[in-house]
Design a protein around this ligand. Structure first.
Ligand SMILES: Nc1ncnc2c1ncn2[C@@H]1O[C@H](COP(=O)(O)OP(=O)(O)OP(=O)(O)O)[C@@H](O)[C@H]1O
Ligand SMILES: [Mg+2]
Length: 242
């Protein structure tokens, strides 16, 4: 089976710091991958390399078999960045407008924004359960609601892969659970999901693969089931200590 994403021997350094060392893993269409690791192990950096936001220097990344730097179909990978939320409360955009922006990579800034696009935005809003908020200013919503806005923005272009960097940070346990359930549902609908999180407990029931990044050690990929059997107590122990 063709891997939807393949990362091969990727290493990455910032000028005064080497972080990723010989990282290799692959996922298939329909996978829900969770990336775990302590602060500073390079999780966000790895996502930015996959997204071609940072230039890859060592190793290779393939998306649908195509090297990532040649991959043109940007609408087919969506990204919700770390700390996407936290708008000023007067930020002058409505939920509808923010979600519409998710179509710009495929249809251009307002150029071809017609009835079809409007319906796509409504569909995405309904899928994540915020259609009723569509005319509200995003800055006036709760962190959990804002995160849903970003998820709607991420799915509006109907991507193959959704990449999220710590989408449940700063929201309460119930909101975090419901965001993870939403991502689980989207995954069951066929979206491939890659998510960085520290919030293992709310996502563990939805992911099927786990990539563990550890400083100065090779990364390890697990099936979630095996990870649970082997590691969960060790993981929680470690994170209580820090
Ligand atoms: N642009 C940059 N220039 C120099 N160093 C950077 C840059 N961006 C990140 N770093 C450093 O590289 C390391 C990895 O950063 P990265 O953001 O990928 O970690 P992370 O695993 O996502 O951490 P966190 O869990 O805190 O989000 C950190 O030590 C960070 O300080
Ligand atoms: Mg990060």
């Amino acid at each position: 089976m063709l891997m939807i994403l393949e990362v091969k021997n990727v290493s990455f350094d910032y000028p005064d710091k080497n972080i990723l060392k010989d990282v290799s893993f692959g996922i298939e269409k329909g996978d829900f991958l969770c990336i775990l690791g302590s602060n500073g192990t390079g999780k966000s950096t790895l996502l930015k390399l996959i997204l071609n936001i940072l230039k890859l220097r060592r190793g290779e990344i393939f998306i649908n078999g195509i090297p990532s730097h040649k991959y043109k179909n940007r609408g087919s990978i969506s990204y919700v960045s770390q700390k996407a939320t936290g708008f000023n409360q007067d930020f002058p955009a409505t939920v509808y407008e923010v979600v519409s922006a998710g179509l710009y990579p495929s249809c251009g800034f307002m150029r071809f924004f017609g009835k079809r696009e409007k319906l796509k935005v409504y569909k995405a809003l309904k899928k994540v359960g915020i259609y009723n908020l569509r005319n509200r200013l995003v800055g006036r919503l709760s962190g959990g609601q804002q995160q849903r806005v970003f998820i709607a923005k991420a799915i509006v272009s109907e991507p193959d892969i959704i990449i999220l960097d710590e989408p449940t940070v700063g929201v309460d346990v119930n909101a975090a659970d419901s965001i993870c359930c939403l991502l689980g549902d989207l995954n069951l609908q066929g979206y491939t999901i890659i998510m960085v999180t520290h919030d293992l407990s709310s996502v563990i029931h939805h992911s099927n693969k786990i990539l563990m990044l550890t400083e100065n050690e090779p990364c390890i990929m697990y099936d979630t089931e095996d990870f649970l059997k082997q590691n969960i107590s060790a993981y929680y122990h470690h994170h209580r200590e820090v």
